[in-house]
Structures are given as C-alpha cells and as structure tokens.
Design a protein around this ligand. Structure first.
Ligand SMILES: [Ca+2]
Ligand SMILES: [Ca+2]
Ligand SMILES: [Ca+2]
Length: 134
C-alpha cells in the first residue's frame, strides 16, 4: 500500500519536473513525436505545413476559412499579424498562414538542409515555429 502510494508520488514528481524543469526540451521532444510523421527523426516543411493546416482548421471555429487576430493570440504578435496579412482585411487565410509557417521554418533551419532536428526545434526560431503548429 505504502509503496504504491510512493510510486504514484514519484510519478507525479516526475511529471512535475518535466513541466517545471525543462519545458523547452520536453516541448520539442513531444513536438517531434507529434510532427515527425515519417519517423525519420526530423521535421520537414511538408510535415510542418500539415500540422499547421490541422491547427488552422481547429482554430477556425466558425469555419469561414480565415483566422482573425483574436483567434491567433499568443501565436502571432500584432506586428507579425499585420505583416502576415498583406491584403489588410484583418484576417489570415490558410495561404497567408502557411506563408508565415514557411518563413518561420526557414528561420529555424540555419543549416538549410530542409529539415529541423531536435536542436533546431529547441532554438528560439524553432519554438516560434512550433507555436504555429500546435
Ligand atoms: Ca520527418
Ligand atoms: Ca488577409
Ligand atoms: Ca536543419
């Protein structure tokens, strides 16, 4: 009985340390498992766009095919939103959204090999990309 309770406590402590201790690392690894659908250990642009497209559909609650600034809060700043919205209609179409994803992907891939490894995903630019994918 006692050991079982200890085991549960240890388990909770482990979860806590993941949440508190290494958020960036944990997020990247979880992201990698989620995004790397062909299991080659890296995220390519196609995988990133597929995830971004799924997130876009999920965020687009009224299904009008666009996201407004409120729907994208915490993912794009006001400035980023403005530059992602060249037609200035106050919303992002999926095309406009995927363009931002593509430019963040390129920014997160400094070695230009067309894929993001764990280290690149953990970088600042990688984290900025992840905010648009999950
Ligand atoms: Ca992959
Ligand atoms: Ca627009
Ligand atoms: Ca790379």
């Amino acid at each position: 009985m006692m050991t079982r309770r200890m085991a549960i406590l240890n388990c909770l402590a482990a979860i806590g340390s993941i949440l508190v201790g290494g958020p960036a690392f944990a997020a990247a690894s979880r992201a990698m498992r989620l995004l790397d659908t062909d299991n080659d250990g890296t995220v390519d642009l196609e995988e990133a766009k597929r995830a971004a497209s799924a997130l876009f559909n999920k965020l687009d609650r009224d299904h009008d095919g666009t996201l407004d600034r409120r729907e994208l809060r915490g993912r794009l700043s006001a400035t980023e939103f403005a530059s992602a919205d060249p037609d200035k209609d106050g919303t992002l179409s999926k095309d406009e959204y995927l363009k931002v994803v593509e430019s963040r992907f390129k920014a997160a891939d400094p070695d230009n090999d067309g894929t993001l490894d764990e280290k690149e995903l953990r970088s600042r630019a990688g984290q900025a990309l992840l905010r648009l994918l999950q």
